[in-house]
Design a binder for this molecule. Structure first.
Ligand SMILES: Cc1cc2nc3c(=O)[nH]c(=O)nc-3n(C[C@H](O)[C@H](O)[C@H](O)COP(=O)(O)OP(=O)(O)OC[C@H]3O[C@@H](n4cnc5c(N)ncnc54)[C@H](O)[C@@H]3O)c2cc1C
Length: 375
């Protein structure tokens, strides 16, 4: 592992790291990815990609392969206390995290991309652009932190990355056999449930529960089906009978970090969750990670001889959008779990008789980063 002083080092082979690697590799910018896991993670669940993320996947030329492994539901149907309030047409792709990783990794390899699994970055020197692993150190041209929500890169070098605080929500998730066609949102006073198909045979169910009992922030923490059943009304879960057969349930504590102020620090640029961790209530984390990677990859290509310009332009193009989606995600969590019956009634009336849902999603979903004229 030598000779990387002319390379962009990408830390993390998640959604943002692989997307960035594809853009740099196809533009012939030397890059290398370091990933702490032995292989692409099996953990996780379903993921829904809205048109803003799909535009990037199309540009990366992975969309057709992903469609073969995924579903494209036509409707999102909203329920409150198991009664349907409204339904809207949607243009999203629903899939598993594993399928998304697979098509991105295949594309990166097809472009002869270099990736080192089992390479956990344990320290970083942002002045000398040095990455430290357990047994060696390397010097690189620039560091891009794509190391996710608990970014070591942020912790090691940025004092501003405060310890996260438990949000008061945890999220159950499971994937189970199902022939469901559309997306279902169930709103309740201290929970909401989202279920959607992820391929031709299975659906994903995610149940966010408001609770003061703190849970770990971990993809790998298992939960029990009995506990999930005890926290969500039976009338809702009866719509998804096969989850009772217990295909593996995971529990993820949702933690809050402060809204991001700047997306780079000296010779490190932050992308995706490492830059701006958000709560998962509007399903935008992966979509933002794809948008970030598209912008940064093209700016690095354009300004390869002066990466400070690339960093400044990246920050300018991205900061307002990621900050506003951070706030919208938090607010959505509150709206989903209203308790006061009057407020619930008003919310349901608004959802039923106005186009509030479509107009809320419009500004998020119908931004096409691939049309940005400054790239
Ligand atoms: C329950 C839940 C549901 C969600 N649903 C959606 C959804 O429907 N739609 C959506 O758009 N988003 C969704 N998200 C958010 C989305 O999953 C994340 O925003 C997205 O994965 C972020 O991508 P990333 O590349 O920044 O990080 P990740 O995909 O997490 O990748 C980070 C990578 O870095 C590696 N790594 C970490 N530390 C190191 C280190 N020190 N050295 C080397 N490698 C390292 C990790 O192993 C990992 O491979 C959801 C999140 C949750 C919790």
């Amino acid at each position: 592992m030598e000779g990387y002083s002319n390379h962009i080092a990408i830390i993390g082979a998640g959604i943002s790291g692989l997307a960035l690697g594809i853009i740099l590799q196809r533009n012939k910018i030397p890059c290398v990815i370091f990933e702490k896991s032995e292989k692409i993670s099996e953990y996780g669940a379903g993921i829904s990609i809205s048109p803003n993320g799909l535009a990037v996947l199309d540009n990366l030329d992975v969309i057709n392969d992903l469609k073969l492994l995924s579903r494209q539901p036509e409707l999102a149907i909203f329920f409150s206390n198991n009664n349907q309030i409204n339904q809207i047409s949607v243009d999203v792709l629903t899939t598993t995290r594993k399928s998304l990783y697979k098509v991105l990794l295949d594309k990166y390899y097809a472009l002869n991309g270099e990736i080192h699994f089992s390479h956990k970055v344990v320290d970083i020197n942002k002045e000398t652009k040095t990455l430290k692993f357990d047994e060696k150190s390397i010097h690189v041209k620039h560091i891009v932190a794509c190391d996710g929500i608990r970014s070591l890169c942020q912790k090691k070098v940025s004092a501003k990355f405060n310890d996260p605080k438990y949000s008061g929500y945890y999220v159950w998730r499971t994937i189970f056999p199902s022939d469901q066609d559309n997306i279902h949102f169930h709103l309740g006073s201290n929970f909401h449930v989202v279920a959607y198909p992820v391929d031709s045979e299975r659906s994903s169910l995610v149940a966010a529960v408001k609770s003061s009992n703190q849970s770990n922030e971990s993809w790998k923490q298992k939960g029990s089906i009995q506990n999930l059943i005890s926290e969500i009304p039976a009338a809702i879960l009866e719509n998804y009978p096969s989850i009772m057969e217990n295909y593996g349930v995971y529990k993820w504590g949702v933690f809050l970090r402060p809204n991001v102020k700047i997306l780079f620090d000296n010779n490190i640029t932050y992308v995706g969750d490492a830059a701006h961790p958000i709560v998962p209530f509007i399903g935008q984390g992966a979509c933002l990670a794809l948008e970030d990677s598209y912008v940064l990859g093209n700016l690095i290509t354009k300004h390869k001889d002066n990466l400070e310009i690339a960093q400044t332009k990246y920050n300018k193009l991205r900061i307002n959008r990621v900050r506003s989606i951070y706030t919208k995600s938090l607010n959505q969590g509150k709206l989903n779990h209203l308790k006061n019956p009057l407020l619930v009634f008003l919310r349901n009336i608004l959802m039923k008789y106005t186009n509030i849902i479509s107009s809320q999603t419009k500004s998020i979903w119908f931004y096409d980063v691939t049309n940005e004229k400054d790239l």
